[in-house]
Design a protein around this ligand. Structure first.
Ligand code: AVJ
Length: 317
């Protein structure tokens, strides 16, 4: 039998495989990295402007304040290697404070996001050598020789590190350690533990933007994987898991239902949840342990005084 064009296009994509595996497990889950299709990225931008969502504006204010101190740890002609395509406000705060930087290397899976970001930075910082790398930094990769010859400073803002379990976060830091090399520094943004009410509000805002962001995962599955999830039969839920020090986002089934993805179907009980995201909130000892297992030690750190959020300066151990 001939496949339909849709079935051929879906094929055995990593997205399909991960979603099928996650929904087949006893505790249903979907990896958080799949939030970011075009609409998900747009919704995340909207989240960063919400009154309840403190991390983005807190980290920007912190970097703005401490960038001159960060700059003192950056040697002449260093390369700034950003994990994610950057060219954001945060990147510019570091570039502006550290004119001794000689190269900027953004790493991103999305080639379009990457080349747009690289062009914008190259236009505004004409003395900086901009060398984008298209690739997945959660897989093994290497820096070009010309970059590795420079002192290297990694940059991983946004508390994206908080989306990984402690074991995964250590593994990611270990891969970054291998990529950045001996003597490297690594600037990592990490959200810290704070009162539960503040955390819950940040992940369950009054306007429902975070709920829409969470549900967009089902919209994406319906569209890209030929799914038939009933969007009205799932509710957004954010919970604080104190034992694991993380905010969890779930999609809660309002009733018993069967959802189909292509030719596969999944029974979902009333009240059953699909776990869609972990956002770890760190203490300093917790972050230090994760960094040490990844081959780094904390050289220094800066913490915002409004909502606690940290920029850690790690040094290859
Ligand atoms: C982009 C991973 C830092 O965990 O706070 C925002 C994503 N999820 N609201 C976070 C997110 C729900 C965000 N990170």
């Amino acid at each position: 039998m001939r496949m339909t064009n849709l079935a051929a296009a879906i094929g055995d994509s990593p997205f399909r495989r991960d979603v099928i595996a996650g929904l087949s497990a006893t505790k249903k889950s979907i990896p958080a990295k799949y939030f970011y299709d075009a609409e998900g990225s747009r919704l995340f931008e909207e989240i960063t402007a919400l009154p309840e969502y403190y991390p983005t504006r807190t980290e920007i204010a912190l970097l703005g304040k401490v960038a001159p101190e960060i700059a003192r740890h950056i040697r002449p002609a260093s390369a700034l290697v950003e994990f994610g395509s950057g060219a954001s406000v945060k990147t510019r705060l570091v570039l502006d404070a550290a004119p001794q930087l000689g190269a900027y290397v953004p790493i991103d899976i999305s080639e379009t996001a990457l080349s747009q970001a690289a062009q914008a930075i190259a236009a505004d910082y004409p003395d900086l050598r901009v060398s984008p790398i298209a690739g997945d930094f959660t897989k093994p990769m290497a820096l070009p020789e010309a970059i590795r010859a420079r002192p290297v400073v990694g940059f991983f803002p946004g508390s994206t590190i908080g989306n990984f379990t402690p074991d995964e976060a250590s593994a990611l830091l270990a891969r970054a350690r291998a990529l950045l090399g001996d003597g490297a520094a690594f600037l990592v943004g990490a959200d810290l533990v704070k009162p539960v009410e503040t955390l819950l509000a940040a992940y369950d805002d009054a306007q429902g933007v975070t709920a829409a962001f969470n549900k967009n995962l089902l919209v994406r599955i319906n569209r890209e994987l030929d799914g038939d999830f009933d969007l009205d039969a799932f509710d957004h839920r954010a919970v604080w898991n104190a034992e694991d020090s993380r905010i969890e986002m779930h999609l809660v089934s309002a009733r018993a239902q069967t959802a189909r993805i292509g030719s596969e179907s999944f029974d979902v009980a009333a009240g059953e949840t699909i776990h869609t995201e972990n956002s770890y909130k760190f203490t300093q000892p917790m972050f230090a342990a994760i960094a040490e297992r990844g081959g780094w030690r904390i050289e220094t750190d800066w913490v915002s005084d409004a909502q606690p959020f940290a920029t850690f300066l790690l040094r290859a151990a």
